[in-house]
Design a protein around this ligand. Sequence first.
Ligand code: COA
Length: 193
Amino acid sequence: MRTPFSVKPTLTGERVTLRPFEDADLEAMRSALADPEVRRLTGSPPDEPFDDARLREWYGSRNAQTDRLDLAVVDRERGVCVGEAVLNLWDPENRACNFRILIGPDGRDRGLGTEATRLIVGYGFERLGLHRVSLEVYATNPRARRAYEKAGFVAEGLLRDALRDGGSWVDATVMSILAPEWARHGGRPEVGR
Ligand SMILES: CC(C)(COP(=O)(O)OP(=O)(O)OC[C@H]1O[C@@H](n2cnc3c(N)ncnc32)[C@H](O)[C@@H]1OP(=O)(O)O)[C@@H](O)C(=O)NCCC(=O)NCCS
């Protein structure tokens, strides 16, 4: 069945392009997903065995999905895939989606994540007609929280002890952004449109 999510767009910003996955991105995604910081901050088990066939199947099938949008984050300066940005868990009745993103070590801390967030969330509101986009971020990840806040996400709740991280428990914050907020500031709450 075709849905608005069947279309896989290319979204171009100043520093990043978000585009459908290509076979050549597999290596970059394998390395980003194996990064210990990515594993810890996304709550993935540190010693989970890496199944190559499954990874190939996963990224080879993203463009055929009709209920989610998975896009490669490409660093425009170098023309390489550095990670992914995803709208998933689509709830059509309530026009809501979850958002997740991950960028490998060589793409971080240069503004790429904030721009990628604005691009895919903007597409969600302006082209997919979403009303709400939400996410969860661990308390151990102030960088991600800052990037989300810069793009207009607002903290709305706390999931206590949501993750076991080594010997400690870590809270997760639920954040969201709503269509009227996006219409007001376009992903730049600090300056507005
Ligand atoms: C989270 C992620 C997408 C952010 O993308 P990025 O390109 O690294 O981030 P940006 O450069 O766009 O913005 C980061 C902001 O956080 C700030 N920041 C960095 N480290 C910080 C820290 N320890 N505490 C507070 N703010 C911090 C930066 O200064 C910047 O804000 P500024 O522009 O106001 O200076 C990326 O780092 C990533 O994928 N990390 C690993 C996986 C992950 O955490 N995924 C998200 C799971 S919820």
